[in-house]
Write a protein that binds this ligand. Structure first.
Ligand code: C2E
Ligand code: CA
Ligand code: CA
Length: 440
């Protein structure tokens, strides 16, 4: 759009004149040809919408270069819009090319509308403005030194970010993801408030006799419009936002409430436990121990009936603090299982450094049992180690009769998987207990 035409020089701009009209109302003005609406370097509070006529925008891409025409704007086009958001100086000069009718939009006029806006949209707007400024602004030295000083500092920090990150930040996909993430976070908050989360129970059986020994509580979200939402679709966002701590606490609370009814179904025939997942996010502070203790007391739960499942990632951030928390949890009487073993860091050091009782072998090893001989070797090695450290082993993801045979011969202590039972609601869990114990 660069026509090569240089900007006419004017002393006073109409923007200064219009600054008095900050009544918060959008007004329509007629400007004669060659009116300077605003000059580069000024800080003003109005944007403009052309109704009739033409406006030329002048600027340059560097301090040394003379101003030239950057573009010509016509009816329906908005310019000077950044002034609605912040006080940074105009980056270009705007001059009417003919008699022009313009709506002048003061910042105040938008305040009310912005206040009522979805916070996600507000956030996205500010992100886009920041990006726009970063990529487009080229201010003369004189301006950089005064009013715009703070802003320039911000921009230079930005510019020092690695290019891949800048690109990622600016990509369409990234923005969509941010939007989705923020929406989901809001929905999670609302879901917590409206009690939309509940546990389902997957049976864990003693091998080789296949007698019910307990359940793992798995979270589900009864979403008002999407129906049942699975944890994989919301736990990662809950972890990033910290909301997972509320979910985990809620799950523990619910499990403590239903535990007596499970025990009752088993009568004296089995001493059932329930496993509760505890995200690594909980291991950032000791507070989790008090909260858990409080839940045990309030619900009059015997902690020995609860087993917390944690993953290795909970242990590697701050291993000393993690072990302190584990010891405090064990002191309550609760037990600890290391979940998804074999998928993460899997340092064998863990097994003696941390206060754990059980290893859960990840289901990927069980899934590969019959195709990949290494899976059998790995399971055998894990069981061997567990024996040395006096730990029990649960094999996850048992789907077939052959899986059961192989895992029993590898001397896994417990089994869990779709072969025995999908995660069940409370009524079905009761039925499962009765049937399983009746068969013995
Ligand atoms: P996880 O702790 O490893 O839980 C086991 C997952 O494997 C469950 O998926 C279960 O339904 C699935 N599963 C069980 N048996 C089989 C099988 O035979 N075959 C296959 N293919 N899958 C099987 P789910 O319920 O979707 O949970 C996924 C993950 O979400 C869990 O993995 C856990 O990491 C997380 N999660 C679930 N509930 C909670 C919770 O209350 N708090 C936290 N922090 N995370 C949770
Ligand atoms: Ca688990
Ligand atoms: Ca697992």
């Amino acid at each position: 759009m660069n026509s090569g035409q240089t900007a006419p020089t004017f002393q006073n701009s109409q923007d200064a004149l219009l600054a008095g009209h900050s009544s918060g109302l959008v007004r329509r003005y007629v400007f004669p040809k060659n009116t300077v609406l605003f000059c580069r370097g000024e800080t003003r509070h109005c944007a403009y919408l052309i109704d009739k006529g033409r406006v030329h925008i002048y600027g340059s891409n560097s301090d040394d270069e003379e101003d030239h025409m950057l573009c010509a704007l016509g009816p329906g086009e908005i310019f000077g819009e950044i002034a609605l958001i912040d006080n940074t100086p105009r980056t270009a000069t705007a001059i009417t090319e003919e008699e022009t009718e313009i709506f002048v939009i003061p910042r105040d006029a938008l305040q009310g509308k912005l206040r009522g806006l979805d916070p996600i949209i507000s956030l996205l707007i500010s992100l886009l403005i920041e990006r726009y400024r970063t990529t487009r602004i080229h201010l003369p030295e004189s301006i950089k030194q005064d009013e715009a000083g703070d802003f320039i500092e911000k921009v230079s920090k930005y510019e020092s970010l690695p290019e891949e990150i800048l690109r990622l930040r600016n990509s369409e996909a990234q923005r969509e993801m941010a939007l989705r993430e923020m929406k989901l976070e809001q929905e999670l908050r609302s879901g917590l408030k409206h009690k939309q989360f509940y546990p389902v129970l997957q049976p864990i059986l003693k091998l080789p006799e296949e007698k019910i020994s307990g359940f793992e509580a798995l979270i589900r979200w009864q979403h008002p419009s999407r129906g049942t939402v699975m944890p994989m679709d919301f736990i990662p966002v809950a972890e990033r936002s910290g909301l997972v701590q509320h979910l985990d606490r809620l799950m523990l609370e619910k499990v403590c409430q239903i535990l007596p009814s499970l025990q009752e179904r088993a009568g004296g025939a089995a001493d059932l436990f329930v496993s509760v997942n505890l995200s690594g996010v909980n291991f950032a502070s000791r507070d989790v121990v008090d909260l858990i203790n409080d839940t045990f007391k309030r619900t009059e739960t015997d902690p020995r009936k609860i087993r917390f499942e944690i993953t290795e990632s909970a242990l590697i951030g701050d291993p000393v603090l993690a072990e302190e928390i584990l010891q405090a949890l064990k002191k309550t009487g609760a037990r600890i299982a290391l979940d998804d073993f074999g998928t993460g860091y899997s340092s064998l050091n863990y097994l003696h450094r941390f206060s754990i009782d059980t290893i859960k072998i990840d289901r990927t090893f069980v899934a590969n049992l019959h195709d990949d001989p290494r899976s059998i070797d790995i399971i055998r090695a894990i069981v061997g180690l567990a024996r040395n450290f006096n730990l029990t082993v649960v094999a996850e993801g048992i789907e077939t009769d052959e899986d059961v045979k192989a895992l029993s011969s590898l001397e896994c202590d417990y089994g869990q998987g779709f072969y025995y039972g999908r995660p069940l609601d409370l009524t079905d869990a009761h039925i499962f207990i009765e049937k399983n114990l009746a068969d013995r």
